[in-house]
Ligand binder design. Structure first.
Ligand code: GLA
Ligand code: ZN
Length: 661
């Protein structure tokens, strides 16, 4: 896609005097910055009124960056609408979950069904493409910004009715799918359908009386926002046939089905903002997800902060070396670019405390700049990595339908969180340096030895057959509690849990107990190891499976907590409860014994690999607080980041090496 590693980020020269621009160019050059993402929030500037467009300033910015040979990531500016548009066409504003119509202000807040928004956003994208699409320095289009936010206005309600009719055809089918006999909600006409928010089926902010309706609304909103993206994309394509088009995603953001979105992007890009206490394994997992949404293809890191954020509760600084290590972790998991938000720290408004390559002092004499320049220099020598793959034998299912359904569900526990549950398993593989591909539910499983599907709560049509075929052919499936429970509309698969997975799991889970945070059960593994379990406890009957662990407390003491079933040439493991990590790890180690870590030697370092043209690139990083020895395999090898031969020694926190083999 790109012939060098894009290094740069969000740049807003329009917020500054011209004298600052040339100073920026001088300073950025010292950091080997070669790319700028521009025009992200300039709609009001470019279109001062309905029929007037003004491009002079953007022309100058693009001319300056082109002269400096930048890769320009050109945004379409449609993520914040001009004030005049609200005044003239109040319908562009979105209506929130509480039913309040918003005024001019903020961003990421248009109604996706607004014809006015659709018309003017795509017109603007088209005008930009007409003007700049043939500039060879414009190497990527960035449509809108961080799509999200649901709208509950009457236009969206009307559009939802059309979407529902299209999906279900008859009102009888809708009643059945949404189980409308419950609480006497039977509908007789599509016009009786209302949006599920605080004024209708909502229970608080995150639960709903009718998950069937709410899940369909998530699907509809994801589709509607995607529709507005596609309109801008089509407008660009009228003038520019081949420049890559993206929009910046947000990792495990709940609102949009990124597997569906990724099909419309030429390259995935995303914004990585972990908090001070986000586990590094979770950051790695999120990168893998962003690689996974588009068939394991490399992605762009569109944004990260060089130092600190402003919008979290506690915006700690990145410690010396941390930004560098974190950037290499990003590349290790599939990124081909490193871009920052932002290049110069803003003078006012809510992001003035957001870190930037050039801080408020305005010079290059800062720690943050020196670290940025160090990384920039190294990246100039790494373009050979562009396009390299990160092959995996383990696939882990991530599914937005499951995300929505599991978290809408009332009971059995409020602590059941989708991303947490996925991460609990991912963390094991991360600790072992086993590479993982994040997969859609309808992915091709045949290339993997192990498929991990925690909380596969919603089993949609075709899923049972796909998983059975995978296991029958010798695969290992790992699943567990809250799996196989409902269909695409959140109606239960009757006949005993785990529903469609019951036969391949060889068990029947008769009841599901919920434990409060202060409660736990005790369990014993088949080899005598004892420990605790939490959150949920399935009470399991064996139907051909063997028991790998039993409860030793509560009224179900003696019944199986974890099971294994041979099915065809493969096996299915079922974790009926949330085991403490030491026990989970023990069973997973047996279950995945056939899978190779990227490095045979156990280590607490993160070691991740990308492969290209017969070479393997080992990224070696210390994210722990301990000093850790360099694994023997790398002693005597050259760290291609610094060009030094690595000797036996201990690596301090955030030390990072890259070894090519
Ligand atoms: C998001 C946005 C940026 C900026 C950063 C700050 O990712 O896309 O415009 O607001 O957050 O962290
Ligand atoms: Zn709307």
């Amino acid at each position: 896609m790109f012939d060098r590693i894009l290094y740069g980020g969000d740049y807003n020269p329009n917020q500054w005097e011209k004298a600052v621009w040339s100073e920026d160019m001088r300073i950025f050059k010292e950091a080997n910055i070669n790319s700028a993402t521009i025009n992200v929030f300039s709609w009001a500037k470019i279109q001062p009124s309905e029929n007037e467009y003004y491009f002079d300033e953007l022309d100058e910015v693009i001319e300056m960056l082109s002269k400096e040979n930048y890769d320009i990531v050109l945004a379409t500016s449609t993520a914040a609408m001009p004030g005049w548009m609200y005044k003239k066409y109040p319908e562009v504003a979105h209506v929130d979950y509480d039913g309040r119509t918003h005024k001019f202000g903020g961003r990421h807040n248009n109604c996706p069904s607004s014809e006015i928004f659709r018309k003017y956003s795509s017109r603007l994208a088209g005008k930009l493409a007409e003007r700049y699409g043939s500039n060879p320095h414009v190497t990527c289009w960035h449509i809108n910004n961080e799509y999200g936010n649901y709208c509950y206005c009457e236009k969206c309600e009307a559009a939802f009715r059309v979407w529902v009719k299209d999906k279900y055809q008859t009102i009888e089918a809708v009643n059945k799918a949404w189980n409308m006999e419950f609480w006497g909600h039977t509908l007789y006409d599509f016009d009786e359908i209302v949006v599920p928010n605080a004024l209708s089926e909502g229970i608080g902010y995150d639960k709903t009386a009718f998950a069937g309706i709410s899940i369909d609304y998530c699907r509809f909103m994801s589709d509607s926002r995607l529709e507005t993206f596609k309109l801008e994309k089509a407008a660009i394509r009228e003038h520019d046939k081949d420049t890559a088009i993206t929009t910046n995603l947000m990792g495990t953001y709940k609102g949009l089905d990124y597997f569906k979105w990724a099909k419309e992007l030429d390259i995935v890009s995303w914004d990585n903002y972990p908090a001070y206490d986000t586990p590094w394994s979770q950051v790695a997992m999120t990168h893998d997800l962003m690689r996974g949404v588009k068939d394991q293809q490399p992605f762009m890191l569109m944004e990260q902060t060089p130092s600190q954020q402003n919008w979290q509760a506690y915006n700690s600084l990145k410690k010396p070396g941390q930004m560098r290590a974190q950037s290499y972790q990003t590349i290790a998991h599939g990124a081909d670019t490193i871009q920052f938000f932002q290049l110069r720290r803003s003078v006012g408004a809510c992001e003035k405390f957001h870190g930037a390559v050039i801080e408020h002092v305005g010079t290059e004499n800062t720690r943050v700049f020196r670290e940025t320049a160090e990384l920039g220099e190294e990246l100039t020598r790494l373009s050979e990595i562009i396009g390299a793959k990160a092959p995996s034998e383990v696939g882990m299912i991530f599914d937005w339908d499951n995300y929505w359904a599991l978290e809408y569900t009332s009971g059995p526990s409020v602590d059941l969180k989708y991303v947490d549950q996925i991460h609990k398993y991912y963390r094991y593989f991360y600790d072992q340096n086993i590479s993982v591909d994040m997969l859609a539910v309808d992915a091709d499983f045949s290339n993997y030895k192990v498929i991990v599907a925690p909380v596969l709560y919603m089993v949609k049509e075709g899923m049972k057959e796909a998983l059975q075929a995978f296991v029958e052919n010798g695969g290992t499936l790992i699943t567990g509690f809250m799996s196989g429970i409902v269909d695409q509309s959140d109606n239960v698969h009757l006949g005993g849990y785990p529903g469609p997975l019951r036969e391949m799991c060889g068990i029947w889970a008769e009841e599901i107990d919920a434990l409060a945070p202060e409660q736990s059960n005790t369990v014993v593994l088949a080899d005598g190891t004892t420990g605790t379990s939490h959150l949920l406890c399935d009470i399991i009957h064996l139907e051909g499976a063997e028991s790998l662990a039993e409860y030793t407390s509560n009224f179900y003491a003696g019944s199986p907590a974890v099971t294994k079933n041979n099915f065809g040439k493969g096996q299915v493991y079922y974790f009926g409860t949330e085991l403490e990590p030491a026990l989970l790890d023990k069973i997973l180690a047996d279950a995945t014994a056939a899978v190779k870590p990227v490095l045979a030697e156990p280590t607490k370092l993160e070691v991740a690999v990308r492969e290209k043209d017969g070479h393997r690139y080992f990224f070696i990083m210390n994210f722990t607080d301990e000093e850790l020895p360099l694994p023997a395999e790398f002693v005597g090898k050259t760290d291609i980041l610094k060009g030094h031969v690595l000797e036996e020694h201990d690596l301090a926190k955030y030390t990072t090496y890259l070894v090519k083999m």
